[in-house]
Design a protein around this ligand. Structure first.
Ligand code: AMP
Ligand code: MN
Ligand code: MN
Ligand code: MN
Length: 282
């Protein structure tokens, strides 16, 4: 039996944010893995889209231009994926410039905090490793593991990179309603990324999805990189309850997170409305 959703991956990262494949390498690996429809959704940037677009033409992939925006909801950070966006839209570009500044400023703060906690040259080493100043927590986590401060990602996030720990700094991301608006302004579809990964209680998650829908949100990821069947069942129910169409995305970052594979995704329930049919994504 053909696993249809393995041909579709609508949430991936490249070296332009915190992924470890260049946009071209990502496209090549997608093609090898049998993906036909790929969205590149780097954190708060669209800088990889031109390269991915060129590579996708060479490798027979249909590329959906995307982004993963960091957004504020009730003092928490949510990730909103924008699919099929026009990256040249002026108000969208303004939003991204602000988001990039917020991310770069937060990175300086994270660096300073880590240095204060005894991690020497934290900012400089991370900046070198990342090759961009658009640093995310995963870049700092990589540096800390490389420097021997922790043994793996799990440990490094727990000890350093979460709220209350030295490698965490809050940031004033755009609010969720504005994030959805600007994605729409750029002609895109707004998708709640990995709803099961926010450490929200079911009650809080329902509130977040209710607000997301109320603000104009279109879809939610029902299948994510590491989803197990029970989670998919519960996310499908939520998609139905809040009239959000279903998206699938691995949230692939690279081979160093072996539990997430590019395009290797569980299937969606048969009768669910998918984001690509409802919004005519291809
Ligand atoms: P940021 O957007 O910079 O705050 O960082 C969020 C990113 O950190 C996610 O996209 C993942 O790449 C990474 N991340 C968050 N939590 C974990 C974790 N427990 N293990 C590995 N990576 C994580
Ligand atoms: Mn990431
Ligand atoms: Mn995310
Ligand atoms: Mn992501």
């Amino acid at each position: 039996m053909v696993n249809m959703t393995s041909m579709i991956d609508l949430h991936t990262h490249s070296t332009v944010s915190d992924g470890s494949y260049t946009p071209t390498e990502l496209v090549v690996h997608s093609s090898i893995n049998g993906i036909r429809h790929l969205a590149l959704t780097d954190h708060d940037t669209v800088d990889g889209l031109d390269e991915a677009n060129i590579a996708s033409k060479e490798h027979g992939i249909s590329l959906i231009p995307g982004i993963e925006l960091s957004a504020q909801w009730q003092n928490r950070t949510l990730h909103i994926v924008g699919l099929s966006i026009d990256p040249t839209d002026p108000s969208f570009q303004t939003t991204i410039s602000e988001a990039k500044r917020t991310r770069a400023d937060r990175a300086r703060l994270i660096g300073a905090r880590l240095e204060k906690a005894g991690v020497k040259y934290a900012y400089r080493l991370t900046r070198e490793l990342a090759g961009t100043d658009l640093l995310g927590r995963l870049h700092f986590a990589k540096m800390l593991v490389e420097q021997g401060y922790a043994k793996d990602f799990k440990q490094v996030f727990k000890r350093y990179m979460v709220r209350g720990k030295p490698g965490y700094a809050s940031a004033e991301w755009i609010d969720t309603e504005a994030a959805i608006k600007v994605i729409h302004q750029a002609g895109g579809v707004a998708v709640m990324a990995h709803p099961a990964r926010y450490s929200l209680s079911m009650g809080q998650l329902r509130k977040a999805l209710r607000d997301f829908k109320y603000f104009g949100g279109d879809a939610m990821e029902v299948v994510s990189g590491n989803s197990h069947p029970q989670e998919i069942a519960s996310m499908s129910r939520l998609a139905d309850d809040y009239s959000l169409s279903a998206s699938v995305g691995s949230d692939f970052h690279g081979p160093e997170k072996p539990w997430v594979k590019l395009g290797r995704l569980q299937t969606l329930p048969i009768n669910i409305s998918t984001v690509w049919t409802v919004h005519d994504l291809w």
